[in-house]
Design a protein around this ligand. Structure first.
Ligand code: B12
Ligand code: SF4
Ligand code: SF4
Length: 347
């Protein structure tokens, strides 16, 4: 098969599998990305995160993923980012960021595997990587011409914005690299101004120590100064995408999100056993898979958003205040003070 027929096959398989962009980058070291990881880590901006920061040399060297690797075929899968509707239950509700409402990563893996099969059928070897410590996905996508780096650090795909998840096929096929996409942000800075905690400290630079999306995943006490800004969120944060004009104009922004999983009952989260929490929410990243961190987030969301005079809410918070678990007891105490403060304002 000639090279252009193979590219047509890959594009056809990608479209059939729901990908909205596919591009090619040469396998080479991502020097600029390694430097960004190392300098941000040295400045503490990673907030203790491991992931791609654990070993920047590894996560920016795609040649390590597959022997004889020559090209990256990178794809973007869109996800619904419209209205999350109203919770389908009574009582306080915790908000889930749209990327985590259902398992988009499994859907992306299947789509990339369908594309990889075409390469395998043509005699090449492949390996699919996504959301893995082995590769910085946004850097691969930018190099493969899928989109530009937004000032909110997300990769924006022309016509689809940032409401996409990204992944790569590493292959030994030698393919012609795609053209990179020019910057589309221009002078805009809505995401910098719109971030509830000021975590975007410069265009394209997120300080994870202030980013709500990291703090809900971090293995620590939630910093007091950002607890109110968390609002009703229990997992992820969509604010810097919600304010973004190209993301707002995307077709995904008018697709309703699955309401059933966009909200979680906060009282259920605080009454459920460890096993029940992991069964229902275990596909999220939870430090050490320890459900205490889910309860920590739920207590803050409860303090910020529940009816402050609801007796059931107060009784659950009271139970956690008396708990032997110091972290949960302290977060429950904060939630009680927040409920009291909100009750006074409402009077
Ligand atoms: C660690 C991580 C996080 C951390 C840190 C995020 C961060 N900005 O680094 C936390 C937990 C905070 C997080 C949050 C989110 N994440 Co995340 N995360 C990752 C992970 C595992 C590694 C990212 C990484 O290496 N960052 C390192 C730093 C150096 O890179 P960066 O901040 O992304 O910056 C890039 C650009 O901004 C650019 N850049 C550098 N300097 C400059 C300067 C200028 C001027 C500009 C314009 C650009 C620029 O180069 C960098 C390298 O590519 C990837 C999966 C993977 N394996 O790659 C997913 C990934 C980046 N996350 C993803 C998603 C969906 C999110 C959230 C939207 C989820 C949510 N709704 O809560 C938020 C978005 C927060 C944000 N504004 O970045 C998607 C991004 C999809 C997209 N369209 O960009 C990824 C790619 C997962 C996937 N496979 O789809 N994430
Ligand atoms: S995810 Fe939320 S907290 Fe993090 S940079 Fe974006 S708006 Fe700020
Ligand atoms: S809000 Fe504006 S600056 Fe931020 S990513 Fe979107 S277009 Fe770029």
């Amino acid at each position: 098969m000639n090279a252009s027929a193979l590219i047509d096959e890959l594009n056809g398989a990608a479209t059939a599998a729901g990908l909205v962009a596919l591009g090619i980058a040469a396998v080479e070291q991502f020097e600029d990305t390694r430097e960004a990881l190392e300098s941000r880590k040295a400045a503490g901006l990673h907030g203790g995160m491991a992931f791609t920061y654990r070993d920047p040399r590894r996560s920016t060297d795609p040649a390590r993923i597959l022997d004889g690797a020559r090209s990256l075929v990178v794809g973007a899968l869109p996800y619904a980012a419209g209205s999350v509707g109203e919770p389908q239950f009574d009582g306080p509700a915790g908000r889930v960021a749209r990327y985590a409402v259902s398992d988009h990563y499994t859907a992306l893996r299947s789509a990339l595997e369908a594309v990889a099969q075409k390469l395998e059928a043509a005699g090449y070897r492949t390996r699919v990587v996504l959301d893995d410590n082995a590769l910085v996905d946004r850097a691969a996508a930018q190099r493969a011409g899928l989109g530009w780096f937004g000032h909110n650090a997300n990769l924006l795909v022309p016509g689809y914005g940032s409401w996409v998840v990204l992944g790569s096929i590493v292959t030994d096929a030698v393919l012609v690299p795609s053209e990179v996409v020019p910057d589309g942000c221009g002078p805009c800075r809505r995401c910098l101004d719109g971030c509830p905690t000021g975590a975007i400290i410069a265009p394209g630079v997120v300080d994870a120590r202030r980013c709500l999306a990291w703090l809900v995943q971090a293995e620590a006490s939630f910093p007091i100064e950002y607890r109110e800004a968390l609002g009703d969120r229990v997992y992820g944060c969509d604010e810097c995408q919600e304010v973004c004009p190209p993301a707002r104009r995307s077709p995904q922004a008018s697709q309703n999100v699955e309401t059933d999983t966009a909200w979680v009952e906060l009282l259920w989260m605080l009454n459920a056993t460890d096993e029940e929490l992991i069964t229902k929410l275990g596909r999220w990243y939870i430090p050490r898979r320890d459900p205490r961190y889910l309860r920590r987030n739920a207590l803050l969301a409860l303090g910020n958003s529940a009816d402050p005079v609801d007796s059931e809410v107060r009784s659950v918070v009271g139970r956690f205040i008396s708990s032997d678990d110091e972290m949960l007891s302290e977060h429950a105490q904060w939630a009680l003070e927040r409920l009291n403060g909100r009750a006074q304002v409402a009077m």
